[in-house]
Design a protein around this ligand. Sequence first.
Ligand code: ZN
Length: 163
Amino acid sequence: MTLSTHAAAGIMIAEWTGNPLLGFLIAIMSHYLLDMVPHGDEFVYWRYIHNKDDRIAKTAGTVDILVLSLMLTLLLTYGDDFHGSLTLLGALGGTLPDLLINIDSVLRRHPPKSRVGRAGEWLIKKHYTMHMFFHQLLFIPVRYRMALFLQLIAITLFLTFAI
Ligand SMILES: [Zn+2]
């Protein structure tokens, strides 16, 4: 699922709680629930795993980051400081599990040498397994174009209910 969708859900949740810390924690949990919803990006993920320079995976990731940046810029520009902290922590909580997945792929290429580093690597590998478990719980193939269209609608709804 796109980072933008997870961030929008996290922002909505943080706004509903009205508490940045609680919003952050529930936004993290929302990530795993949302990942259970079939979202058609498995082939993009596997393309990236097999080839870090894959054009389709890079384009999908770049567009996602641009949409997320635009979304955060607009919300932070037109919101006050309190809502700004809810927006940032909700977005961070909503996307954190996928950010950890990216750390996992870096650690696989550059394994840490220190004891603390290896303990962190072990935790991140456990998280990877748990994350993939939620991803594959309701595996139903969905056309990628349709999944992106539905996520665009979801982002619009999440942000509408957040504001
Ligand atoms: Zn995820």
